[in-house]
Write a protein that binds this ligand. Structure first.
Ligand SMILES: [Zn+2]
Length: 449
């Protein structure tokens, strides 16, 4: 963008020498000068990044008849004008979009017939990548706006989460990949259920079948409600805080993974010190911690990865790629560890169920509930047949004016049959759509966004 501005203000027919400290910008510009674009015009729009910038630069160079040469200078080396440019380029971090910015009027481009846009923003990305990013963002936002998530991940907290890594941990391989394995599938299942609070814990079982599971309190400590977090913090068996052990294991995993990549270059002492500071409050097990903006260890257990962890390992490993790799691998291992704990809890839970006289047969009975409703539908279908007969009779005997309170379809309030119900349901739905309630309900995300 800075380079474009530089050539845009140049006088016609002259030689321009641009000094820049960004090798990336120079590379892009060299590509423009060599005119490597335009060889395969078909893919230009869909695949090329910085397409608009490229075309703008080409057009300016052509119209002003410029001759351009680029020189790389070292950044922050005391060259007067480079420092000045750096100063000017500073954008205030508090309100990055408030200052007036230079933007390209994409309508003035004469080479391009189609301009990719989204909500009036010209896309200078390849369409493929832009769509992918947009879609990902939309689904993340939809997920975040569920009631079950909203109470613990709110807007401020979501900013502290590294979503890229978080989703990668949940889905070890691409969900559309053709190879799959039982181990990976079970790990994926466990992670997703843990994150969405769908594990068959007693609080969920009590919600689903309150007749069979009369309480949602943890059967082992009988103090707290047993939810997806409590299963890892319950101290009934050993009497000590299980989070302390988990924290130590997590630290060991992180060190191990870092050592695997760094090998001999690893400074073990400083790494241990940094991790000690980082995991200082990881043994707090009050679940209200999850409602704050900070990401605590309980959040990490549930599956979120904080930006701070990724940053810490970027600093330790020296580059962000290795840092991410360490975090990813460690999180997989932590998930396996948690899975073992969950399995152990399930074994204990089965024994508890037996002691409570809850048998497999009863559990299945609870699930069979929908059967009852299906018999009800059968009955109402019978009634409908009956109604139709009456309706036919009504039409035949209309002239005879036999007063039958059962026959009025539109306003038959005295009747309680299937047809009337359908009739009213249709009216209700129609009214609802007209008044806009259901439209509002489904598109809440788009409005609030
Ligand atoms: Zn407990």
């Amino acid at each position: 963008m800075a380079l474009i501005t530089a050539i845009a203000i140049a006088p016609v027919n002259c030689k321009v020498e641009i000094l820049s400290d960004s090798q990336g910008a120079i590379n892009i510009f060299n590509n423009i000068l060599n005119n490597s674009l335009g060889k395969n015009k078909k893919n230009e729009i869909s695949n090329n990044n910085n397409m608009i910038l490229t075309l703008v630069a080409q057009q300016i160079i052509k119209e002003l008849k410029l001759q351009i040469s680029l020189v790389k200078v070292k950044a922050h080396s005391g060259i007067k004008y480079n420092e000045l440019a750096d100063c000017l380029a500073q954008v205030s971090t508090i309100s990055p979009f408030q200052d007036p910015r230079i933007s390209i009027n994409s309508y003035s481009l004469n080479q391009l017939k189609v301009i990719p846009r989204w909500k009036n923003i010209t896309l200078d990305y390849s369409i493929k990548i832009a769509t992918k990013k947009l879609n990902k963002e939309i689904w993340t936002q939809k997920w975040l706006r569920q009631n079950r998530i909203r109470w613990w991940i709110h807007t401020n907290k979501a900013k502290n989460v590294n979503w890229d890594l978080t989703w990668k941990v949940v889905h070890p391989s691409k969900i559309s990949s053709l190879t799959s394995g039982f181990r990976e599938a079970s790990s994926r299942k466990f992670s997703l259920k843990l994150l969405n609070d769908e594990l068959p814990t007693l609080s969920n079982l009590h919600k689903r079948n309150p007749l069979l599971y009369k309480t949602n309190q943890c059967p082992f400590c009988q103090i707290e409600i047993e939810n997806n977090i409590h299963i890892f913090t319950c101290s009934s068996q050993t009497g000590i805080n299980p989070l302390e052990e988990l924290k130590e294991k997590f630290k060991k995993i992180l060190i191990h993974e870092a050592a695997n990549i760094l090998q001999l270059k690893l400074n073990l002492e400083s790494l241990k010190k940094k991790l000690d500071i980082y995991t200082n409050d990881f043994d707090l097990r009050n679940q209200h911690l999850m409602e704050f903006d900070q990401i605590c260890f309980l959040d990490i257990i549930a599956g979120l990865i904080p930006n701070s962890l990724a940053l810490l390992f970027k600093e330790i490993m020296g580059n962000s790629k290795d840092g991410k790799l360490v975090v990813l691998r460690s999180m997989y291992k932590l998930k396996l560890l948690l899975f073992q704990l969950w399995k152990y809890r399930c074994e204990k839970f089965l024994i508890w169920e037996r002691s409570q006289n809850i048998k497999a047969k009863d559990k299945k009975l609870g699930r069979k509930k929908p059967n009852n409703t299906s018999t009800m539908i059968d009955e109402s279908i019978d009634m409908r047949v009956y109604d139709d007969v009456i309706y036919d009779q009504q039409q035949q005997t209309k002239n005879l004016q036999i007063c039958n309170y059962d026959m009025d379809y539109g306003s038959g309030e005295k009747r309680n049959s299937f047809n009337t119900a359908v009739h009213y349901a249709k009216h209700w739905l129609y009214a609802k759509i007209l008044s806009g309630i259901s439209i509002k309900g489904t598109s809440r995300f788009y409005k609030t966004n």
